[in-house]
Design a protein around this ligand. Structure first.
Ligand code: FES
Length: 141
């Protein structure tokens, strides 16, 4: 049976969600594996959101925000970037490949880039196979 990864995607309301919406309204085709959760800002993505997504069965997590300098809350995306770097290290320590978590900047006009990103991340996670975080958590506890 063919493996179809699930990718939970947190998109900031002002830029990235609109960019993803543009991809949809422009009828661009992209991998249907991405499950979108709209947040007001990428800075709102608490690390526990990411860990919970993995615990609940996500094979990959994608966070998208406004480009640097464009965040509607001034520095939410910088806060997100710092958390992302720490999360990648944390996930690696838990035996989770760092490529399962990705941060990207997508503006409201970048529907094409979002579609490409969704395809690219789906292919990358598919190559990694199913996420083993549950097994790793059970081993640790
Ligand atoms: S509002 Fe888009 S990243 Fe902050």
């Amino acid at each position: 049976m063919e493996y179809h990864p699930t990718i939970v995607s947190f998109l900031c309301n002002w830029c990235s969600y609109t960019g993803a919406d543009l991809a949809g309204t422009s009828r661009m085709k992209y991998a249907p594996n991405v499950r979108v959760i709209r947040v007001m800002c990428s800075g709102r993505v608490d690390p526990t959101f990411v860990l919970t997504a993995f615990e609940e069965g996500a094979d990959g997590v994608l966070i998208c925000g406004c480009h640097p300098g464009d965040c509607h809350y001034h520095e939410g995306n910088y806060k997100c970037l710092r958390r992302y770097k720490l999360l990648q290290m944390y996930l690696q320590q838990m035996g989770i490949e760092k490529d399962r978590l990705r941060l990207a900047w997508i503006s409201a006009s970048e529907g094409k880039q979002f579609a490409h990103l969704a395809d690219e991340m789906t292919a990358a996670v598919k190559a990694l196979g199913p996420c083993k975080i549950k097994e790793n958590i059970e081993t640790l506890s």
